[in-house]
Every structure is written in structure tokens, then in C-alpha cells.
Design a protein around this ligand. Sequence first.
Ligand code: AMP
Length: 173
Amino acid sequence: MNAETLKQAIRDVPDFPKPGILFKDITPLLADPKLFRTAVDLLADRHAQARIDKVAVIEARGFTFGTGVALKLGAGLALIRKPGKLPGRTISASYDLEYGSATLHTHTDAILPGERVLLVDDLLATGGTAAATAGLIEKLGGTIVEIEFLIELAFLNGRAKLTRWPVFAPIVY
Ligand code: AMP
């Protein structure tokens, strides 16, 4: 089973969550155990021989795939969350969205200096979310081994914001 098969299980939802956005809905893929497993394998197996200390996952759909990746690789998990969710001391980064801005937090001890980190999210759009998150990981002293997405919307050129890091996405639109 390959990325092309997975693509067929991603549903396009026009005008969600706002007019003009074509939302890539991964829930049909998650509902099929073989497809879900393949998605996690595609992100995890390429790092099977590498030392990965932590998988950093971005709320909320990054949690879905990144948790599977961490379990397969024997790595710990670092949660990157929206404001008000993490109880301990956090560091945060704010970044611009199409309309307005957003902030993400992580615990200051989520990544230890020198740890090798995979950053996982479901989808690369403009790249603002991943760039801000990668900055947080580096601020804590982590080394980004790769930023991985299941899906890339290449026409939005999100990679332009991520040129400092290796980027991988098996499904490209
Ligand atoms: P960006 O910062 O623009 O790269 O946005 C990435 C984040 O927004 C990811 O966490 C995605 O889950 C979500 N996202 C952005 N655009 C879409 C889309 N068309 N379909 C589904 N999710 C999206």
C-alpha cells in the first residue's frame, strides 16, 4: 500500500472552516486500520535506523500520527499545544495566520538539550505553524532531524518557511 492509496481516502471539504478553504479531511483514512497503519509506517520507517529521542507533535491532528511514530521508533513524545492547556512552565511562539495570529506552547522540559527530534503534523499549508514550532524546539536545545507531514499543499509553498530543516511529506497536492 502506498501514498497514492492513502490519497484516495482523504476527503475534500469545500469552505471549511471558512469560505475559500478546501479542507483536507483525514478522518476516512483514520477510520480504516490498514490505511492508518500505512500512514504511520510512511512517517516512521524512514527513521528506523536513526536515533530519535523525541517526536514533537502539534495539536491536534499531529498528535494522531506522531504518537504512532513515537511508539514505533521507541521515542518519547513532546506535546505542542494551544494556549491554556499545559499545566507547567511553558515557552511559546506566535505566528501569523491568513487572518490574525496564533500561539503555541510547549513545556520547557518537553525537549532536553541535545535531543534529536522529529516534528510531526498532519498537513503543511503555509508553513507558519511548523516554522514556529521548530523554533521552539531549537530554543530548548533540540536538534530537528526532520519535519514530517502526511500531506503537503505544495501550491502554498510552505517549504519556503522551512528551508533550514529537512522536510518530508508523502502525499502532495
Ligand atoms: P500552516 O501553518 O498554514 O502550514 O497550517 C498548518 C496547520 O493548519 C496544520 O496543523 C493543518 O492541520 C491545518 N490546515 C491548514 N490548511 C488546511 C487544509 N486545507 N486542510 C486541513 N488542515 C489544514
